[in-house]
Design a protein around this ligand. Structure first.
Ligand SMILES: *Cc1c(COP(=O)(O)O)cnc(C)c1O
Ligand SMILES: [Zn+2]
Length: 501
């Protein structure tokens, strides 16, 4: 829609203006650093950073209802830079000029209500938000669009050049990083470190296809992360891991979209996310806080973070009810089908602690909860969800298992409506489905295949196995007709088809 047609009261705000105000703040010593620096941890105390906005109060000058109208009308713009996460430019990265924004189709993923069968089984009304429908098929594209746009901004300002961007990954970060970097080739080159044999073949194919340098490292994600950290302190590289605070900022868009899709009404809503490196849950909480502080939503939804019992350091930390006695202890992970969340020492743990505390305090009661689920329940619920029309990955299955657990523990109640994060597309993790259906999941996952859930293809052969069509030798017309008839009859028998009149 053309600018002239927008209502007069919001017209001046429809195209966002670039402004200053963002800075890095250390979560350890509270030191502040300019946003134009490439910075991942505090040079003073080595803690992680968050991006803050000195002008956050100025956002409150516009009434919440007007913000709602601005965002609703912005949907009608045809400007690519404002079609993705930067629809919320004022909250996502006001210093980034529209010319520097990299848009590859990320964000605004569908929110799909579960069918009645599944809702009845779970005992609660719920939706999946399909973040697997992002360009590289996971939510990581949100943070990557933000991080890479911030680098493009620094390149455009001639503050950096010849960027080599690197990351360690459980699979999806590297897929997103290499995709966005390849779009800016040759301005940015990317290199990714993956734990050898700990990512699916689909995930491995993504950075290879995008032309990134791909390194496989023995060990698990936490080991790769240490190497990336070493590289980033010794050499001139740009970090695209979620240590990079821009990643968190971009992922806040997930919450903004939920608020907008539910007409800004967060009453009795429950947002469920899986936790790995804990960047996502930090971002999701922070997004709702920002919209709450700007009066765009008038209450904070309940947040439930879910971890597998094979990788549950955040859950363990919060088991201690007394805040002053809590102590973070990294765990050694065990094999998990929620492989993208199989992390024992989450980089964003300090962010979770800081933001969850603020969240509960703003809500005036505990509104952030953590639950732990079994590997068996992750797999069973994922398969059941997909059998009922969803396209969720194993981490999305973990969310559903977590919701069921939360209901059981009375953390949520029947009148709540839950929104579950399908963090990646099912096809990225289809290897686990294959293993389950073939009853071949290795023992150390502690998962048994339920015969009722198994689905395998049936090979249908004709009575005469030599009379089959092949590309090398076509059958004669008569033989082919016999083949078609024979196979059709066998399929009709399997499906108990009735003869049509
Ligand atoms: C990265 C990832 C997670 C975990 O998110 P964190 O921000 O690391 O907690 C969960 N699911 C999928 C599919 C992922 O790629
Ligand atoms: Zn510090």
């Amino acid at each position: 829609m053309k600018l002239d047609f927008f209502p007069e009261d919001i017209r001046p705000h429809i195209i966002p203006e670039t402004r200053e105000g963002l800075y890095y703040k250390c979560l350890g010593c509270s030191a502040e650093y300019p946003i134009e620096k490439l910075l991942y941890v505090c040079p003073e105390c080595n803690q992680v950073l968050l991006i803050q906005d000195r002008n956050a109060a100025s956002l409150q000058k516009i009434p919440g209802a007007v913000w709602q109208k601005i965002f609703d009308f912005r949907k009608m713009l045809k400007i690519p830079a404002l079609k993705g996460i930067y629809r919320y430019h004022e909250f996502i990265g006001p210093c980034i000029p529209l010319e520097s924004i990299v848009y590859l189709g990320e964000g605004h993923t569908p929110i799909v209500e579960a069918n009645q069968t599944l809702q009845k089984k779970v005992g609660l009304s719920f939706f999946y938000k399909n973040d697997g429908q992002n360009p590289s098929a996971s939510f990581k594209d949100r943070g990557m669009a933000s991080a890479v746009s911030s680098i493009k901004y620094l390149i455009d300002q001639k503050l950096v050049s010849d960027v080599i961007a690197i990351c360690a990954s459980t699979g999806d970060t590297s897929a997103a990083a290499s995709l966005y970097a390849s779009y800016l080739d040759p301005l940015i080159k990317s290199a990714v470190l993956l734990p050898h044999k700990k990512v699916t073949s689909q995930q491995l194919s993504q950075p290879l296809g995008s032309g990134a340098h791909v390194f496989e490292i023995p060990g698990v994600f936490d080991d790769c992360m240490k190497i990336v950290e070493h590289l980033s302190t010794q050499y001139s590289v740009v970090l695209l891991n979620s240590k990079n605070a821009w990643r968190i900022l971009g992922q806040e868009s997930y919450s903004y979209e939920i608020a907008q899709d539910f007409e800004w009404d967060m009453k009795d809503k429950v947002v469920v996310v899986p936790i790995g490196n804990a960047g996502n849950i930090s971002a999701v909480m922070n997004g709702f806080i920002k919209f709450y502080e700007a009066n765009i939503i008038d209450c904070l939804p309940k947040i439930i973070g879910v971890q597998s019992e094979h990788a549950d350091p955040v859950f363990q930390y919060y088991l201690e009810p007394d805040e002053t006695k809590r102590k973070f202890v990294p765990v050694d992970t065990k094999p998990s089908v929620a492989q993208a969340a199989m992390i024992g020492n989450p980089v964003s743990m300090p962010r979770v602690v800081h933001i969850a505390k603020k969240y509960n305090s703003l809500a005036g009661r505990q509104q952030v909860f953590f639950v732990q689920v079994t590997e068996q329940s992750i797999m069973d619920w994922q398969l059941l969800a997909n059998k009922n029309g969803h396209i969720t990955c194993t981490q999305g299955g973990e969310c559903l298992a977590g919701l069921v657990k939360a209901l059981d523990k009375k953390i949520v109640n029947k009148k709540d409506t839950a929104i579950l994060d399908a963090t990646a597309h099912a096809i990225k993790f289809s290897e686990f489905q294959d293993l389950y259906f073939n009853s071949k999941i290795p023992k150390d996952y502690h998962i048994d295949s339920d015969p009722d859930k198994i689905n395998l293809p049936s090979l249908i052969l004709p009575d005469n196995p030599n009379m089959v069509p092949s590309q090398k030798k076509r059958l004669g017309e008569k033989d082919f007709q016999n083949f078609v008839k024979d196979i059709s009859e066998k399929i009709a028998e399997r499906l108990s088809l009735k003869v049509s009149l």
